[in-house]
Design a protein around this ligand. Structure first.
Ligand code: HEM
Length: 401
């Protein structure tokens, strides 16, 4: 069951990232904390630290000695861990520190090179066109459910070599793991279903290899021996989990921005050459992903007494709104020139799929604006946002003439 918590009255000492107010508008809370208490603490869901300044967040992301990646879930798992695990390293490379991180990351990087990503662009564009065809005549759509949500999962399915027809099933699993993480039944059920599926896929790739990521991982050797099945399963599951909710949230938040900021929408339509800087700016302003780290030994960070076993939330979205680093940090400036945002993280775990995410976001916005240059939120629309580990709109009704 999902754990309900009481309302927050003091964000510096008792924050809750699943609080409805935080999900709706974390920005004003971070602004306040940066001034009053730049590294907040809370004992809800274990002992957690929440930094809000760019300088601290990037420094902590680089300090892999004190802050380990063996626990990256923002919402801790309270259920019983099975004694024997299929996955010796969890979901590598995101869940491991060096030296395992180094070689497991290397396994995935080639799949998201510029050259590979270029090869997925045409199918992404076709996919966007087909999705828009289905609702354009009606004059309205749920830009989250009918569009943003449908794109990344199908591209990832292609890369993994699993059927696009199962997109809704994959999406359901990923949502249960990331968005409904405080509901143990859903979280465990989804992980079990996902691994049962991938175990069968691995067996069938052994019989009949193809040219997809799963098959290639199975054919990869480390020190003269094939990879452990647990590494293949963990890495494949990570690609699905990391590549779906995240990118769909970015596409959705960007469409929300354009639906609610007429001037920016008109400018991007009139000046399509701004798309590259606009994509970076939308990633900065609406960075979807917060990660966690496990504190490995007692450490005093700028007067904060962090204890071994505490969690540290890598608040990349707040870093991106720090006025010390970004002028007019709370304003979206489509042609912002200096934009060293950390939406994709910082340090050794920096997103391995950033080229793919950027391509999908760019293509999704280009195709939408080409066909639907004018749109706005539907009158009286009830929006809904997901938050916690990944923030983005889940219900986004828009209308267009
Ligand atoms: C807008 C979309 C995306 C955002 C904002 C995003 C964000 C991030 C962030 C913040 C991290 C760092 C994690 C940490 O420090 O613990 C990360 C890691 C990772 N991301 Fe993404 N991501 C996105 C899309 C993707 C896509 C499409 C893929 C492709 C499958 C992907 C695959 C990965 C992988 C494999 C890692 C782990 C890298 C490592 O541990 O070395 N991501 N991502």
């Amino acid at each position: 069951m999902a754990r309900r918590t009481s309302p927050v009255s003091d964000w510096a000492t008792d924050f809750d990232v699943l609080d409805a107010g935080y999900i709706a508008d974390p920005f004003s809370i971070w602004d306040e904390l940066r001034q009053s208490c730049p590294i907040a603490h809370s004992s809800r869901r274990g002992s957690n630290w929440l930094p809000t300044r760019y300088e601290d967040i990037t420094a902590m992301a680089h300090d892999i000695e004190h802050f380990s990646s063996v626990e990256v879930a923002v919402i801790p798992f309270d259920g019983e861990e099975p004694e024997e695990t299929l996955l010796p390293y969890g979901l590598p490379p995101i869940s491991v520190d060096p030296p395992v991180h180094t070689w497991t990351r290397r396994l995935l990087l080639p799949w998201f090179s510029h050259r590979k990503v270029d090869s997925y662009e045409a199918m992404t564009r076709d996919l966007c066109t087909t999705l828009i065809d289905a609702f354009i005549e009606s004059g309205h759509a749920d830009a989250a459910e009918n569009y943003a949500q449908q794109i990344p999962v199908r591209v990832i399915a292609r890369i993994l070599g699993v059927p696009g027809e199962l997109a809704d099933t994959f999406t359901g699993w990923v949502r249960d793991v990331l968005e409904f993480a405080d509901d143990e039944e859903r979280r465990v059920g989804a992980m079990e279903a996902l691994f049962t599926y991938f175990i069968a896929e691995v067996a069938s790739r052994r019989e009949q290899p193809s040219d997809d990521l799963l098959s290639e991982l199975l054919q990869t050797e480390m020190d003269g021996a094939p990879l452990d099945d647990g590494v293949v399963l963990g890495a494949a599951a990570l690609v699905l989990i990391a590549g779906v909710d995240t990118t769909w949230s970015s596409i959705g938040s960007s469409l929300w921005h354009l639906a609610t900021h007429e001037e920016d929408r008109k400018r991007l339509v009139a000046e399509p050459e701004l798309m590259s800087t606009a994509v970076e700016e939308l990633l900065r302003a609406y960075a979807p992903v917060t990660m966690a780290r496990l504190v490995t030994s007692d450490v005093d960070y700028k007067g904060c007494p962090m204890k071994a076993g505490d969690k540290l939330l890598m608040n990349f979205p707040a870093a991106n709104r720090d006025p010390e680093v970004f002028a007019d940090a709370d304003k979206v400036i489509l042609d912002r020139q200096h934009n060293r945002h950390v939406a994709f993280g910082s340090g050794i775990h920096r997103c391995a799929g950033s080229n793919l995410a950027r391509m999908e976001l760019k293509v999704a916005l280009e195709e939408w604006l080409k066909r639907i240059p004018e749109f706005r939120l539907a009158e009286g629309a009830e929006l809904s946002w997901a938050g916690g580990q990944v923030r983005g709109p889940r219900v986004l009704p828009v209308v267009f003439p």
